[in-house]
Design a protein around this ligand. Sequence first.
Ligand code: IPE
Ligand code: IPE
Ligand code: MG
Length: 251
Amino acid sequence: MTHAEIELSKTIPHHVAIIMDGNGRWAKRRNLPRIAGHKAGVATLRNIVKVCATKKIEALTVYAFSSENWKRPGSEVSRLLELFMTSLKKEVDALHKNNIRLRFIGDLKVFPANLQTQIAKATKKTERNTGLQFTVAINYGGRWDITSAFKRLAVEIETGKITVDEINEALITSTVSLSDVPEPDLFIRTGGEMRISNYLLWQIAYTELYFTDCLWPDFNMEEFNAALTWYAGRERRFGRTSEQLKQARHA
Ligand code: IPE
Ligand code: IPE
Ligand code: MG
């Protein structure tokens, strides 16, 4: 490893969270149907998962379908569901062979039974894998996530398992999704929009936010490396001053 690579590897994020946006525009520019963009997006995701595993990033969480995406035309929604199903079937063995743990977050109850079965199978098959913790958010919304946590905690209070005084940030963190992976260090949104679109609201309180105009199907290793290099240059102060951090480094 070169000196620059060693420096970079020290500041590699533990957890990367991505909003994979821009598939539709990618297809439109090529006069292709939107689903062609989504298919190209699956190929991009396959590469990025591989890169994350190689770089020993602990966790990758991607936004594949938001709770708001049901508002899209029915034909696009049903083709997306088909694509989830076929991609899942196609990819799960390779993920498993590479020691990748695959999980899903979101309100999965609404999906067709065969997709739910496929999801449960893939989750079960890879549950003991200790490599990359790969999570796909489908029918996910940050507000849904927090609301569900509220409800679970309310039940625990109602049934006497906990008291109101026991509610604190740590308990909420362990009740929302992704409680068993570190909080995202780096958030990436492709496709040029600078918004969070109801993604991980609680979990990204101190995440570094990276936005790029690159459309998701074009997001390759160079683009990803550019995001990692940008991340490596951030000073994560968590409320402290720059001087305090320097002092702590030299202590
Ligand atoms: C993101 O790409 C994929 C999903 C939301 C499923 P889009 O489909 O939002 O692509 P644009 O934003 O229309 O280009
Ligand atoms: C966010 O993308 C959700 C996913 C990438 C799955 P959208 O393209 O749906 O976001 P908005 O609605 O334009 O903000
Ligand atoms: Mg979009």
